[in-house]
Design a protein around this ligand. Structure first.
Ligand code: SAM
Length: 256
């Protein structure tokens, strides 16, 4: 079932449906191989323990959901630990292929769902994550509010996102990369025009790490910190529903 309702959701749904086959390869090429390390950093910060549960929004092909489980991999644990949700059926089919690996079977589930209307009860999860999803959702604040709703009191909310780098020096290289290189490589490999133009536009039109932190505050999250990655082209933000149960692993500062 296609859950997209608004014009933006329909566009985003169409974009991701059309690039499923090449999505991971292009991600690796376009992030210069960094995306995997960024997700590993998220899993380290999430620091899921055996018996805990996380939800990964906009899970796509499930890479972060799998990374979260790998972090608690004891080789023995077989309980469900992570649920990945996405509104793109084709992305979820790709994600489910990863469950053929016996290491992940039964420990991760992939479910059709909208980030702005998460199909789970209040106070269900220890942690909620979203990677490269906020740029695509209809409402960032609504998405954070929903993440807050489904985590338990003291639970963690983590976002990994491409942001506008604060350094003017980095911007000198980054904007031409976004404008010329990214859409052209994307077009060449995916043989599709629109998706990578959309991607390029959605990144250059996005916000700084500080602005994203402000939205987290407006959404009611507490103890917000962020960590810049790869010269500030990406950032991991962490916030809590109320006071954190576990100490915040990120240094206390704006844009550390
Ligand atoms: C750039 S991909 C990120 C995938 C994955 N998190 C990763 O790290 O590679 C964005 C994903 O968000 C999904 N998405 C976009 N808007 C959504 C929404 N409102 N609700 C649910 N999923 C959404 C898309 O279908 C796509 O799979």
């Amino acid at each position: 079932m296609n859950l997209a309702k608004t014009p933006k959701q329909h566009l985003v749904h169409k974009v991701f449906t059309s690039i499923v086959e090449r999505y991971e390869l292009l991600n690796t090429i376009l992030s210069l191989g960094q995306d995997r390390y960024w997700r590993m950093a998220v899993a380290k910060i999430a620091d899921l323990k055996s018996g805990q549960m996380a939800i990964d929004l906009c899970t796509g092909t499930g890479s972060l959901a799998i990374e979260l489980v790998r972090h608690i991999d004891s080789g023995k644990e077989d309980a469900l630990s992570v649920i990945g949700i996405d509104f793109c059926h084709e992305m979820l089919l790709k994600a489910r292929e990863k469950l053929n690996n016996p290491r992940y079977k039964g420990r991760v589930e992939f479910v059709n769902g909208l980030a702005e209307d998460i199909p789970f009860d209040d106070n269900t999860f220890d942690c909620a994550t979203i990677a490269f999803g906020l740029r695509n959702v209809e409402s960032i604040q609504q998405t954070f509010s929903q993440m807050q709703r489904v985590v338990k009191p003291g639970g963690k909310i983590i976002s990994l996102e491409l942001v506008v780098p604060s350094s003017k020096f980095i911007q000198c290289f980054y904007y031409p990369y976004l404008k010329w290189i990214l859409p052209n490589i994307g077009r060449l490999i995916s043989k599709k025009e629109i998706p990578y133009q959309y991607l390029s536009d959605s990144i250059s039109g996005f916000m700084s790490a500080g602005e994203l932190a402000n939205i987290m505050t407006l959404s009611g999250l507490e103890n917000i910190r962020w960590h810049n990655l790869s010269g500030g082209v990406a950032a991991i933000h962490v916030g809590y529903k109320g006071s954190p149960i576990t100490p915040n692993p990120l240094p206390e500062a704006a844009g550390v």
